[in-house]
Unconditional design. Structure first.
Length: 268
């Protein structure tokens, strides 16, 4: 008889995780003391990180709304989804078309547990616990193939997660794995922290907190390096820009102080 203890997921409560720290930045309650302590260290070095998280969430909503309403996408893969909150991908996409399908992917077991509890049970969504550093098992997962038809255009989302992939873990290769499985007309949407002109020392210190304490580091990449993630895609207007500048619902103020770049590309 199997040991029941072996089936208990490792919730990693001894170390902060990016998903739970992000939840804290957004004002959520699905985090632990270790996450809050590390997040406060980040915020003490770079207070604007809380604004980055909020603006990233707004960009997610605008991007998904564009993909569903204007680009006609009806299937989405949200890689590194984080903890469920308001304005989840399926909520935005299904406001355009209730039949839109969404697969969420994250390696944090707490994300999976919360997602299973909160996501609709109508068969249009699924959650996969997997590590994006190894895209093969994700792309071959039966739950993904139950909802995603790779013969039709699909949108792959990497929202504020690729900066947690070190260069030696090949972020470009993992994005390319999803690109190569998708057909022309598919889309890629992503956001990624960059080196700010303002508070460079604070950004570096914030990144050091992730490197020293969290389960994943945070890598500050240049605009050129981030743009290379879109190889094989044509960027839609307005291109690769700071978060508040991407098709804003209202005029963006001090956009370049929000040192996270974002964009949406269409597969060639």
């Amino acid at each position: 008889m199997p040991d029941e203890r072996s089936t208990i997921p490792d919730l990693r409560t001894d170390r902060p995780t990016p998903a739970r720290m992000y939840d804290y930045y957004l004002g959520g309650k699905d985090n632990f003391a270790v996450d809050r302590e590390a997040a406060e260290q980040v915020l003490s070095a770079a207070p604007e990180v809380r604004v980055l998280a909020q603006e990233n969430r707004k960009f997610l909503g605008r991007a998904v709304r564009y993909l569903a309403a204007e680009a006609g996408i009806r299937q989405f893969i949200d890689v590194g989804t984080g903890l469920p909150t308001q304005g989840n991908v399926h909520e935005v996409a299904q406001a355009v078309d209730p039949t839109a399908r969404v697969v969420y992917v994250d390696n944090d077991p707490i994300v999976r547990a919360h997602a299973h509890a909160l996501l609709p049970s109508d068969g249009t969504t699924a959650v996969i616990e997997a590590d994006m550093r190894d895209p093969g098992p994700i792309l071959d997962h039966p739950d993904l193939h139950r909802l995603i038809d790779f013969k039709e255009p699909v949108a792959v989302l990497f929202m504020s997660v690729l900066h947690f992939i070190a260069d030696e873990e090949d972020p470009y290769g993992l994005v390319a794995a999803f690109r190569d499985r998708s057909v022309p007309g598919s889309h890629l949407a992503l956001s990624h922290i960059t080196s700010p002109e303002q508070n460079t020392d604070g950004a570096a210190a914030a990144a050091d907190v992730y490197k020293a304490r969290a389960t994943s580091p945070a890598i500050l990449r240049t605009p050129k390096e981030i743009g290379s993630l879109f190889d094989g895609y044509d960027l839609v207007e307005p291109g690769l820009v700071f978060l508040p500048q991407w098709r804003p619902d209202a005029p963006a103020a001090d956009a370049d102080s929000v040192w996270m770049l974002c964009g949406v590309g269409r597969r060639q």
